[in-house]
Design a protein around this ligand. Structure first.
Ligand code: GLN
Length: 247
């Protein structure tokens, strides 16, 4: 008799557990993993152990609008596209420029920010004022960044590739390279925090930052673009601009 009841209890518990796990799975369906490279201030950077920045706020606003929960995953920049392909992440929000080359592999959302490449040199440097002065010089870039692509195409320049933005700046400070090429806003940030450094604006082509998704995730692409449109129209975008680019 007792054995029989125990058996019934076990069956009942199993059913409850199965239903519970089933529900959990459904919830997980609404969870999106967002890949970034948190050393691109003010777009994504660390404040203590928290990842913050314009892109992070933006994706949180998008997630709210599309009713999804997000988890931000920090990784090296050149690992982002492979991670998206391998479904380790569902979106990339990393100040990523929608280049023609990348467009072959991923879908990009509508652009959410326009940027450019810029040059950083030591403050006392007088011989580099444009890309034309790069001939015969050592120039630091971050592996896989659009700055890397740009400088690697120049002839007679010794390109040194680093794994992280901070490494290029360290190399510049220790004079292992003569200049560094980075996107304008992070470059401006490093210079603002460091009076040994000088920022040089360039006439490089405009780059459009967009959110990357897998080619077959077309439903997500539509949702993200709709959310971006709403964010633009309802003033949220303006608020974020003011928060991160006040000066
Ligand atoms: N915009 C540059 C690129 O897409 C750099 C991005 C970044 O460093 N996060 O390559």
């Amino acid at each position: 008799m007792f054995k029989n009841n125990l058996f019934k209890i076990i069956i009942a518990l199993s059913i409850v557990l199965t239903v519970f796990i089933g529900c959990q799975k459904k919830e997980d369906k609404n969870k999106l993993y967002v890949g970034t490279n948190a050393e691109f201030e003010p777009f994504e950077y660390r404040e203590g152990d928290k990842i913050v920045g314009f892109d992070i706020d933006l994706i949180n606003e998008i997630a709210k609008l599309i009713g999804a929960e997000i988890e931000v995953v920090d990784m090296q920049f050149d690992g982002l596209l492979p991670a998206l392909e391998a479904k380790k992440i569902d979106l990339i929000v990393a100040g990523m420029t929608a280049t023609e080359e990348r467009k072959q592999f991923v879908n990009f959302s509508d652009p959410y920010y326009n940027s450019k490449q810029s040059i950083v040199v030591l403050s006392n440097n007088t011989d580099i004022t444009t890309f034309d002065n790069f001939a015969g010089k050592k120039v630091g870039v971050v592996l896989g960044y659009t700055g890397d692509i740009l400088v690697s195409e120049m002839t007679n320049v010794e390109v040194q590739k680093f794994n992280a933005t901070s490494e290029t700046i360290l190399a510049l400070k220790s004079q292992k390279v003569d200049a560094v090429v980075l996107d304008y806003e992070p470059a401006k940030n490093y210079v603002a925090q460091n009076n040994e450094l000088k920022l040089i604006e360039t006439d490089s082509a405009t780059e459009e930052y967009s959110i990357a998704m897998r080619k077959d995730d077309t439903e997500l692409l539509t949702k993200v673009n709709d959310a971006l449109k709403t964010i633009n129209e309802n003033g949220t975008y303006e608020t974020l601009l003011n928060k991160y680019f006040a000066n």
